[in-house]
Design a protein around this ligand. Structure first.
Ligand code: CA
Length: 291
C-alpha cells in the first residue's frame, strides 16, 4: 500500500512487482514497457518541482485487522515479499502472470500477517505447478492472471480460507479493499512487516481509459481514490482487490510512482476469467497426474 509522493521524477508505467534488493534495480527497471510510454506520452509528464508539495500529503493504507483477510497469500522469495495472491480453492492460488519469473523458487505463505514473526497461524506451501492465462500479453499487460497449484491443500480455519470469484463485473464507484505487503512509500521503498489494507473505489472504463488510453482492455479495470494518495504499489502485485466480499481484481500495474492523483491502480478483471479458472482447476483436479 503506497503513500503518494510526486517529486522531480519521471512517471513510468510499471508492474507492481518487486525483486530481491540485490537484484532490485536491474530487474525492476527491466520491467518497464517502453512502447507503452511512447504510445502514451502523457505518462512521461514530470511531477511537480516544488519541494515537498506532495510529500507532505501523508495518506495511505492501514494495518489490516488480524484474520480479516484469510484468503490473502504472500509469495516470498528468499524470505522477502515478491508478490501477493488469493486462495480461491484449498489447493489453488490466483495471482498475476507477471509474477511468474522463477515461480518454482517461491514460497507460499497462507494465514500470515506479520512476515517477520512466527505467529502460529501460517501454513507454508510450495508450488507444484503454475498456469499462465493463455491470453496473457506481457507487452500490453493484458490478462495478467496466473493460477498456482499448491503441493498440498490448505487446511481451512479462521486464518486461512478461500474467497469467491466475482460473479459480475465491477460497478463504478464500488468500495473495495486492496491488501498486501507491498511498499508503503513511493517512489521510496519501505516494506511493512504486517499486512496492509486500503479502501479504494472501482472506476468506470471510460475514466480508466482517460487516465491511460487504449492500453486499458476489458480484462482490466481501474480502482483508486479521487484525490490520489491511496494505492497498491510494488510488492502488492497478484494480490486481492475485494469488493462486496468477492475477489474482483488482481493487483496488476500502475505508474511506477504509485498513488498519484489521476493515475489509479490497474487491476486484472476477475469477472472475465471465471470460466478459465473453473476449467483449469477442474481439468487438473480430475487428471491423475496431478493427484
Ligand atoms: Ca508471520
Amino acid at each position: 500500500m503506497a503513500l503518494g509522493f510526486c517529486q522531480n521524477q519521471k512517471v513510468l508505467i510499471n508492474l507492481k512487482w518487486v525483486s530481491p534488493p540485490n537484484l532490485f534495480h536491474g530487474k525492476y527497471w527491466g520491467h518497464i514497457w517502453p512502447l507503452s510510454l511512447a504510445a502514451e506520452p502523457g505518462v512521461w509528464t514530470r511531477g511537480r518541482t516544488e519541494p515537498d508539495s506532495e510529500g507532505a500529503r501523508i495518506v495511505g493504507g492501514r494495518d489490516c485487522r488480524v484474520g480479516s483477510r484469510a484468503y490473502q497469500v504472500a509469495l516470498l522469495r528468499n524470505g522477502r515479499i515478491y508478490c501477493g495472491g488469493s486462495l480461491i480453492a484449498p489447493k489453488w492460488v490466483l495471482t498475476a502472470a507477471h509474477c511468474r519469473s522463477q515461480v518454482s523458487s517461491l514460497q507460499v505463505h497462507l494465514g500470515d500477517y506479520n512476515l517477520r514473526v512466527k505467529e502460529g497461524t501460517e501454513q507454508i506451501r510450495r508450488i507444484r505447478n503454475f498456469f499462465v492465462h493463455p491470453g496473457y500479453n506481457l507487452r500490453r499487460y493484458d490478462n495478467d492472471f496466473m493460477l498456482l497449484e499448491l503441493d498440498a491443500p490448505a487446511q481451512l480455519n479462521n486464518y486461512v480460507n478461500t474467497i469467491d470469484l466475482a460473479t459480475s463485473c465491477p460497478f463504478p464507484g464500488t468500495l473495495c479493499v486492496v491488501s498486501g505487503w507491498g511498499t508503503i512509500r513511493s517512489p521510496q521503498k519501505v516494506f511493512p512487516n504486517t499486512l496492509r489494507c486500503a479502501d479504494v473505489y472501482s472506476i468506470s472504463q471510460a475514466r480508466c481509459q482517460a487516465s491511460y488510453g487504449n492500453i486499458i482492455t476489458e480484462n482490466m479495470f481501474c480502482a483508486g481514490v479521487e484525490q490520489g494518495g491511496i494505492d497498491s504499489c510494488q510488492g502488492d502485485s497478484g494480490g486481492p482487490l475485494v469488493c462486496n466480499g468477492q475477489l474482483q481484481g488482481v493487483v496488476s500495474w500502475g505508474t511506477s510512482v504509485c498513488a498519484l492523483r489521476g493515475r489509479p491502480g490497474v487491476y486484472a478483471n476477475v469477472c472475465k476469467v471465471a470460466q478459465w479458472v473453473r476449467s483449469t482447476i477442474g481439468r487438473k483436479s480430475q487428471s491423475k497426474q496431478w493427484l
